[in-house]
Write a protein that binds this ligand. Structure first.
Ligand code: FES
Ligand code: FES
Length: 169
């Protein structure tokens, strides 16, 4: 069946079965491979995207349930890699292998949209479901704090399609 989705501000159509997880629609049908598969059972957060600005695990979202909600993936976090989180991530050299980082950034973007000046405890709570096998947790927390600082001091607003850096395969 054909599903038309709003992804990163564009209308995109995928011909898939109703129970296909959004993760595989994005990666296999639409070629948006920045969103990663980690576990497939809602246990790692690697597949995190936004639905209407809320962080969700795309491996657990059947495409039929997306309907008119706006999907934002790592490719849509900003048009040019200048979201404060992306700037902070580069400044602090946050990633190690990088595999989990698209999900980390999307979870962090949802957090900052709701809580622009989070405490360390709020960051730890919001990010607790996003696992990193390279254990970059302290740099992730510092990156979020730095991004919050950039936002508070008037860094240019993200130019992306939502509040919410691209990733390769
Ligand atoms: S792949 Fe979705 S939570 Fe791990
Ligand atoms: S940077 Fe390697 S899994 Fe997180």
């Amino acid at each position: 069946m054909k599903y038309t989705l709003s992804v990163n501000g564009k209308s995109m159509t995928a011909d898939v079965s109703a129970d296909t997880p959004l993760l595989w629609v994005l990666r296999d049908a639409l070629g948006l491979t920045g969103t990663k598969y980690g576990c497939g059972v809602a246990a790692c957060g690697a597949c995190t995207v936004h639905l209407d600005g809320h962080a969700v695990r795309s491996c657990q979202v059947p495409v039929a349930s997306v309907a008119r909600q706006k999907v934002t993936t790592i490719e849509g976090l900003s048009r040019d890699g200048t979201h404060p989180l992306q700037r902070a991530w580069r400044e602090l050299d946050v990633p190690q292998c990088g595999y989990c980082q698209a999900g980390q950034l999307m979870a962090a973007a949802a957090l900052l949209a709701k809580t622009p000046q989070p405490s360390d405890a709020q960051i730890d709570e919001a990010m607790s479901g996003n696992l990193c096998r390279c254990a970059t947790y302290l740099r992730i927390r510092a990156g979020i704090q730095r991004a919050a600082q950039l936002m508070a001091t008037g860094a240019p607003k993200p130019s992306g399609v939502s509040q919410g850096s691209g990733g390769g395969r």
